[in-house]
Design a protein around this ligand. Structure first.
Ligand SMILES: NC(=O)c1ccc[n+]([C@@H]2O[C@H](COP(=O)([O-])OP(=O)(O)OC[C@H]3O[C@@H](n4cnc5c(N)ncnc54)[C@H](OP(=O)(O)O)[C@@H]3O)[C@@H](O)[C@H]2O)c1
Length: 242
């Protein structure tokens, strides 16, 4: 039975995507920072005959990621999905939340980069042997169109969200570099944009519901091969300009 490890598993796209794999009989290692409060995820785990298990790690804390890795020694992971992410303070209600030029909150910048870049790098480093020991050997890092330099235009997001955008551009670079680095070991590594989706992060005005985005992402992930490694994927199967 193949195994998926996914962060950000307690809500949003992480919870949505893991349900699809659990329904197909996969073993799912569901990572979140507070399993005791992950009510919906716990219900999925309870109904899974032990195939879905909860694991704790705080993506702001490298030691916590290392501790997770230590508990998983020798466990093959076919698909590793780095889904957890921090967007920054509330956009409309907190000072500096828009992340515009001239209003940078550097404590928030650090938190955004800790979760969106450093944690992803570390989790890949810590779990690479687990992925290498699996059949599928796939790593998927959740990116965003917000990190695409090739699609930036004046106005709109271009004038704001500096910290989040920079974090996803950095995520794209480490993912692209890892794709080359890990190719000789047969490991496929890609960034994936889920679309603009109705979650806590995407908000109620987003284009897509969770079911549409996660079904598309699953199709992309299931179709990944080493030849498709290092390309910047979108949930609908297209490629995004870097
Ligand atoms: N929704 C969109 O429109 C959209 C668009 C483009 C890209 N994305 C990307 O898609 C992915 C999923 O987004 P989403 O919409 O599902 O986001 P979401 O609803 O805001 O969920 C974010 C997840 O990340 C977890 N997380 C945040 N900080 C963490 C930390 N320090 N340690 C552990 N977990 C932490 C949250 O856990 P807690 O519950 O503990 O906070 C939650 O599970 C993200 O990588 C995001 O950047 C989303």
């Amino acid at each position: 039975m193949p195994a998926l490890l996914i962060t950000g598993a307690n809500r949003g796209l992480g919870l949505g995507l893991l349900k699809l794999y659990a329904a197909e009989g996969w073993r799912v290692l569901a990572v979140c920072r507070d399993p005791a409060r992950a009510t919906e995820l716990s219900a999925v785990a309870s109904a899974s005959n032990g195939r879905v298990t909860l694991h704790r790690a705080d993506m702001e804390d490298i030691a916590s990621i290392d501790a997770l890795g230590a508990t998983l020694k020798g466990v093959a992971i076919d698909v590793l999905v780095n889904m957890a992410s921090y967007y920054g303070k509330a956009i409309m209600t907190e000072p500096g939340g828009l992340q515009e030029f001239g209003a940078s909150d550097y404590a928030d910048w650090r938190k955004i980069h800790a979760v969106n870049v450093l944690a992803v790098m570390r989790l890949c480093e810590v779990l690479v042997e687990n992925v290498a020991a699996s059949q599928r050997k796939v790593i998927v890092n959740l990116s965003s169109i917000a990190g695409s330099i090739g699609t930036i235009k004046a106005g709109g997001m271009g004038g704001r969200l500096y910290a989040y955008r920079a974090s996803k551009a950095a995520l794209n670079m480490i993912t692209r570099a890892m794709a080359e680095d890990l190719r000789p070991r047969g490991i496929t590594v890609v960034p994936l944009h889920p679309g603009w989706v109705k979650t806590d992060m995407g908000g109620p005005k987003a284009d897509l519901d969770v079911a549409t985005s996660t079904a598309g992402m699953k199709k992309v992930i299931d179709g990944l091969t080493l030849e498709k490694s290092g390309r910047y994927w979108v949930y609908d199967g297209s490629n995004m300009p870097w």
